[in-house]
Design a protein around this ligand. Structure first.
Ligand SMILES: N[C@@H](CCC(=O)N[C@@H](CS)C(=O)NCC(=O)O)C(=O)O
Length: 202
């Protein structure tokens, strides 16, 4: 299978980590959607990465759909519980982690505009989403090693990919302050080989 991707996207990283954790071979196609002449829209009409092309030439996007597809292959180790409601709870946390990342992206883009064009209201609203979301993740980790249940799941992957991206793009933003459990959880995840092999590069 083929992953249409970029080297910096946190959503792409989520899928790369999943593929590496499961040991599924894939071709990495670096095609950043913001580069002129890219071919991403040939695979995903929304022009976003990641998009996954299966061995049968079927295409899946966004990242949660790709992740669900990978689970259908039944390759060890599962990153979703077998029970449907428990799996939904993991996906809810994944949506929260992805939503924190989405808000951080909007926040970053706003800060990249010239100072006179920046909308402080947009920045404050997006920052609020990030802060509240991170507080929920921190609370989830009280007395627990993983975000859901007793094992590593997609929720952990999505959280660490999003937070590593925030570190990469917002080095001055100290999201760790007051969130020691989330800081330790992220540090532990980033040591896994699947994360060490997917560090964002510019
Ligand atoms: N919800 C999507 C988000 C994907 C996304 O926003 N990817 C960014 C790269 S980080 C992208 O391709 N942006 C190009 C664009 O929006 O035109 C997912 O989880 O796959």
């Amino acid at each position: 299978m083929k992953l249409i991707a970029s080297l910096t996207s946190p959503y792409v990283r989520k899928i790369r980590v999943l593929l590496l954790e499961k040991g599924i071979p894939f071709e990495f196609v670096n095609d950043p959607p913001w580069e002129p002449g890219n071919h991403v829209a040939d695979f995903n009409p929304l022009g976003k990465v990641p998009a996954l092309v299966t061995d049968e030439a079927e295409v899946f996007f966004d990242s949660p759909i790709i992740a669900d597809y990978l689970e259908t292959l039944g390759v060890y180790a599962p990153t979703l519980p077998a029970d449907a409601l428990e799996a939904l709870r993991v996906k809810q946390l994944e949506a929260l982690a992805d939503g924190i990342t989405d808000a951080a992206v909007v926040w970053l883009l706003e800060t990249r505009r010239s100072t006179d064009k920046q909308d402080v209201g947009v920045i404050e609203r997006q920052r609020g989403k990030v802060e509240r979301g991170l507080d929920v993740l921190e609370a989830r980790l009280h007395g627990k090693e993983w975000l859901h249940g007793g094992s590593f799941s997609r929720a952990d992957i999505a959280s660490a990919c999003g937070l590593a991206w925030i570190d990469f793009r917002f080095p001055a933003y100290d999201w760790r302050a007051g969130r020691p459990l989330l800081a330790a959880h992220t540090a532990r995840l980033l040591e896994r080989p699947s994360f060490a092999q997917t560090v964002p590069v510019v």
